[in-house]
Design a protein around this ligand. Sequence first.
Ligand code: MD6
Ligand code: FE
Length: 201
Amino acid sequence: MTDQFNVQGFTILPGYLSPVAQAALLEPLRNIIRAAPLYWPQTPGGRKMSVRMTSAGRFGWVSDRMGYRYSEHHPSGQTWPPIPDDILTIWHSLSNSQRDPECCLLNLYDAKSRMGLHQDKDETDFHQPVLSISLGCSGRFRMGQKDRKERTQAIWLHSGDVVVMGGAARLAYHGIDKIRLGSSQLLGQEQRLNITLRVVT
Ligand code: MD6
Ligand code: FE
């Protein structure tokens, strides 16, 4: 496996999931969305994020006027559905972790969605990596380092690509600049779905 961007611990596996494996994830993902409908999180400042979200697992990621946090409840008040077995298998094949992920976050992008530069730093154990699976239209992933002011570089993530961020990359700043419409038919012309898996506690 290769490290990119000169940040140790960043691994990209282009095309890790075959087209057949990608299609096989759609039904379990639709089941998550049926049980835990997508919502537009509000930033603590009261603005609507451009990405729709929902989660599976013990914890989901929520954001509202009270701030960003992990929560055991969907905004509706219900607990989250379980993480599908196929997704747990991908985690255990690639993460080198003995633990199961506790949060499977779904981020759904459309033509105008972006994700600003951020760190994933609300988990307890930074020795546990974060793994992400990209499906549907390609997205331009921007990656910096631990310090927000450091230089960033961009790489396109395509449907079926898996990223693992561990080691020094675990706390690197990253985000999604833009989506390339029509670059995949898996989810329709305009949609990109990113699945991130994390151990929270
Ligand atoms: C995205 N991904 O690809 C957003 N975080 O839409 C993330 O925020 C992310 O891909 C941590 C590790 C890998 C990721
Ligand atoms: Fe992230």
